[in-house]
Design a protein around this ligand. Structure first.
Ligand SMILES: [Zn+2]
Ligand SMILES: [Zn+2]
Length: 218
């Protein structure tokens, strides 16, 4: 209900300011649409966009069956080479990994992830440094693919990780548009995510903990 009221308020604010501005502009030839500054328009658009995302997450949480989950046939691919190369996006150093290891799976996704990050609704940065023999400072810790995101509601930054091959395979879930109507589960017989986990998965990567609680998306 609150969100509907806010949407209405935004719509009203838009119409009253447009009205006020037109009465202040006596020149009849002037186009009304030029009077709203792009920043005002962007702010309203961002607010509506945010509400669309939060409402969609709440709807999926309440009833995951509103989303169509589908899979595609899997075609056998040629045997991949045993080793793959991680090229560090920061320093350019190349590090070799077994193709069929977690590190190898990360190495093969560097370009794809860097290219796709902009599609995540929350502003998100990825940190590949654990996978670079130079940038990782020879740490013995288990490497982690780290992400830093800005909450779509309050802007607060928070971290999350993708530490298994399964989690790497789930990342494309974040590139879907809102409201979410369908999800590609990948190959038939596999499942990127259980439908009842989808809302939680997306919420945990788009909203900070406080905002998740505020919107009932814990
Ligand atoms: Zn590096
Ligand atoms: Zn927040």
């Amino acid at each position: 209900m609150k969100k509907k009221a806010l949407l209405l308020a935004l719509a009203l604010a838009g119409s009253t300011s447009a009205h006020a501005q037109t009465t202040n502009q006596p020149e009849p030839a002037r186009e009304v649409t030029n009077d709203t500054t792009p920043t005002e328009k962007n702010a309203v658009a961002a607010e509506i966009n945010k509400l669309t995302i939060i409402e969609s997450l709440q709807a999926i949480k309440k009833d995951p069956t509103t989303v169509k989950f589908h899979s595609a046939m899997c075609y056998d691919m040629a045997m991949p080479p045993a080793y793959t190369t991680f090229s560090c996006p920061t320093c350019g150093t190349e590090t070799q990994y077994h193709t069929q290891s977690y590190q190898g799976e990360v190495a093969n996704r560097v370009a794809y992830l860097s290219r796709s990050l902009g599609q995540i609704k929350a502003k998100t940065a990825v940190d590949f440094s654990d996978f670079c023999s130079k940038c990782s400072n020879d740490s013995d810790d288990q490497p982690e693919l780290k992400f830093n995101a800005s909450c779509i509601d309050c802007g607060q930054s928070f971290n999350w990780t993708a530490n298994t091959i399964k989690e790497l395979e789930q990342l494309p879930l974040l590139f879907t548009g809102f409201p979410v109507t369908e999800v590609d589960q990948g190959h038939i017989g596999e499942q990127k995510i259980a439908p009842e986990k989808l809302s939680e998965y997306l919420s945990n990567r788009l909203l900070c903990q406080a905002c998740r609680e505020k919107h009932g998306l814990k």
